[in-house]
Design a binder for this molecule. Structure first.
Ligand SMILES: *Cc1c(COP(=O)(O)O)cnc(C)c1O
Length: 397
């Protein structure tokens, strides 16, 4: 081994993550505990994943039952919980069929493959490109990294998978560049999560959707972060008055149990016939059970209405703080996907929050990203707002 190859990590785990200096060992509801027994209000929700809070009882119960029954049998056989979850998703969305996988990147990989196959099956063999947007995030696999419109994520990994073209988000001029004769699909987030909590403008999305419809270009939304109630509706597209052709889900779908899904309208889904795509684990009995319980809880327990009303109140509080403190430049996002644009770097504030018992995230250098569990209470949010004010007046702003 060359003595210049220094492993920064003392662990036999690859050093791909810049980790915060705490170790979380337990979670319940809106809270997690570290290995010293310190309790934190978790407003990262495992990066928009534990939408029902940590270890939600309904999911715990369903998983426990399935643990005694069957863990895995492969997709060589029909899997009842998978069928049930697909039915629930289809019943509560504009889509007709579902493909199951294990992560957000895999769901986007499936969408990318489907878009290519759709073009070939429908007499557009020259359509080999997919349009994505600057500042987007679609995953870390070969194709989804290439689909991601951020140079820092591509760095060191050329040659990139070809076939992606990046346009400017929320840009009128981009609308004219979508249909250049080689585009089979557009893939985008309705709120760019990792890229800075940038919300797509309603009018721009309507026009983009129309451009796609007229040219038979697939309109594919990556709802890996915005889906499963995060924005106050089950899926963010509902708030835009559009019907996408394809949608991808992961993060919140299994409440922390790994599962991803790609949903499509029937005329598009038919391009995925037997042998075209697959996954060993995708939609296995355990993962699907977690998905069913998550969907049922979101739908039956008034959680979406809670997010809508509470996030309105929260937004007002944040706007008030913005008026009082120069540190907050802007408040953006929808529902419980919130970005506070700061006039300074976010990292020191994230550390200060953690020391005071609250976990929050960043999205780029100057954005404080706040992702409360959808089940967080008004009291918890009040504690957070109080602490935010305290942190901001702590001699830093
Ligand atoms: C997190 C995320 C992904 C990637 O999901 P993984 O499960 O980490 O592969 C893709 N798209 C968006 C919008 C995401 O937020």
């Amino acid at each position: 081994m060359s003595d210049t190859a220094v492993n920064q990590s003392p662990l036999p785990v690859m050093n791909t993550y810049q980790r915060f200096p705490i170790t979380i060992v337990k979670g319940k509801g809106s809270y997690v505990w570290d290995d010293n027994g310190k309790k934190y209000l978790d407003y990262t929700s495992g990066i928009a994943t534990c939408n029902l809070g940590h270890v939600p009882e309904q999911v715990h119960e369903k998983l426990s039952n399935q643990l005694d029954l069957l863990w895995h049998c492969s997709n060589l056989y029909s899997i009842p919980p998978q069928n049930e979850l697909a039915s629930l998703l289809v019943e509560h969305s504009c889509f007709d069929q579902v493909f199951f996988c294990n992560s957000g990147a895999e769901a986007n990989e499936a969408a990318i493959k489907l878009a290519k196959k759709y073009a070939k099956d429908n007499g557009f063999p020259e359509r080999t490109e997919i349009v994505t947007f600057q500042q987007s995030f679609h995953g870390r696999t070969g194709s989804t990294m290439a689909a991601t419109g951020q140079e820092k994520i591509h760095k060191g990994f050329t040659p990139l998978t070809s076939g992606f073209r990046y346009l400017n988000y929320n840009d009128e001029a981009a609308l004219d560049e979508v249909n250049n004769g080689t585009t089979t699909a557009v893939l985008l987030e309705l709120v760019q999560g990792e890229g800075g909590v940038n919300k797509a403008e309603l009018d721009w999305i309507k026009k983009l959707s129309q451009v796609c419809k007229e040219a038979n270009i697939l309109f594919m939304v990556d709802e890996v972060q915005t889906g499963m109630g995060r924005t106050g509706t089950l899926f963010a597209y509902e708030q835009y008055g559009i019907e996408p052709d394809v949608m991808t889900l992961a993060k919140g779908l299994g409440s922390g149990f790994p599962i991803g899904a790609m949903l499509a309208k029937e005329n598009i889904a038919v391009s995925f016939g037997p042998g075209t795509h697959g996954s060993t684990f995708g939609g296995n009995p355990l993962a699907s059970s977690a998905g069913i319980a998550t969907m049922e809880t979101l739908l039956n327990e008034n959680i979406l209405a809670h997010v809508t009303s509470t996030s309105k109140w929260l937004n007002n509080q944040l706007e008030e703080l913005k008026e009082k403190h120069k540190l907050i430049e802007d408040v953006h996002g929808i529902g419980f996907l919130i970005g506070l644009k700061l006039t300074a770097e976010a990292a020191p504030y994230i550390n200060e929050f953690r020391e005071k018992g609250v976990l929050v995230l960043s999205a780029g250098s100057h954005i404080l990203r706040i992702l409360p569990p959808l089940t967080t209470t008004k009291q918890e949010l009040e504690i957070f707002i109080q602490l935010l004010e305290e942190v901001m007046t702590d001699g830093r702003s």
